[in-house]
Design a protein around this ligand. Structure first.
Ligand code: TA6
Length: 305
């Protein structure tokens, strides 16, 4: 163990619940354990890299994913902040903001959930500063709490520190592992309007449950607070319940985009992943006043299909 890691372990490890580890992907991770369930959260980007529910992976992670490079890790739950997608004012800035590749600080760990039940949790924070000024000239703190119990809960909190208001868009860009893309559907967004990124953000309306048979890259707007991923292949349903969010992104890159990206782990990798993202994106822009705060949450529960 390095001295940094020893120090973090001394301050934040909790017997049987929270350990600090050197990840084979290259950086430091926090391991949460709750009975038969576990999760790994990287300090880089506060990114959940793995969640095992009764030993089964719930999340998809690209096989070649590495921490500590200039490129964001593809997979798990990336935090897109303080903007989602291309930057509205300058397309040359990195897509999905800049905190995915920053090192966050562990602020706290714990052994109970918000309502006092047994759980394993970690809270990480990142404060913008001079290192970010060229990309984003505002003062703010972003905090992510990850709570593992029989499900997984995330709380993403933004606090403004500066003197001017700013607009925030963001996402918890969750990559779910699926049995096969031809045997999944997403329920709960029937009748919702969406912006279709594949055809220039055209506004469309969802008819029925979502199935995937081509590239899908959509921002659903409105009430997106109760969504279910039904996976016939893995015989499970994942309930996705959110607050503080009025948009959800559904993304599968399909064949052509997978080949263009080059970090998916092979031409067929798109068949085993589907992103369903809890967001403030599209029309759902949050204006934060000086000293103001915004909180977005999501809770995932896995059940047999
Ligand atoms: O959320 C969907 C999306 O915005 C897609 O358009 C696609 O670009 C994806 O995110 C991945 O983005 P990344 O920056 O991680 O390559």
């Amino acid at each position: 163990m390095t001295s940094d890691m020893t120090d973090l372990a001394r301050r934040f490890a909790l017997a049987g619940k929270v350990t600090l580890e050197a990840s084979p992907l290259g950086g430091t991770v926090v391991r949460l354990t709750h009975g038969p369930h576990s999760a790994l959260v990287a300090l880089q980007g506060a990114q959940v890299l793995e969640w095992r529910h009764h030993g089964h992976d719930v999340l998809w992670l690209a096989p070649a994913a590495r921490l500590g490079t200039a490129k964001a890790v593809r997979g798990g739950i990336p935090v897109c902040w303080p903007w989602f997608g291309p930057n509205a004012g300058d397309p040359a800035k990195p897509q999905h903001g800049f905190v995915r590749t920053r090192d966050w600080t562990i602020e706290a760990t714990g052994g109970t959930s918000a309502d006092g039940r047994p759980a394993a949790s970690v809270t990480l924070g990142y404060r913008t500063g001079a290192q970010d000024a060229a990309l984003w000239p505002h003062e703010a703190t972003v905090r992510l709490s990850v709570v593992l119990d029989d499900g997984l809960s995330l709380v993403l909190e933004t606090t403004a520190g500066g003197a001017a208001p700013f607009d925030l868009t963001e996402a918890l860009h969750t990559y779910f592992r699926i049995g096969d893309v031809s045997r999944v559907r997403v329920e709960g967004l029937e009748g919702r309007e969406y912006l279709d990124k594949v055809v220039g953000y055209a506004r469309r309306r969802q008819a029925g449950a979502i199935t995937i048979g081509e590239e899908v890259d959509r921002i659903y707007v409105g009430d997106t607070s109760d969504v279910t991923l039904v996976d016939e292949g893995l015989r499970r349903r994942i309930a996705i319940r959110s607050t503080g969010s009025r948009s959800a992104v559904v993304w599968n890159p399909w064949v052509h985009r997978t080949a263009q990206m080059g970090d998916m782990g092979g031409p067929d990798a798109y068949r085993q992943m589907l992103c369903i993202e809890t967001a403030n994106a599209g029309d759902d822009v949050i204006r934060i006043a000086p000293g103001g705060r915004h909180v977005m949450t999501v809770r995932y529960d896995v059940a047999p299909a």
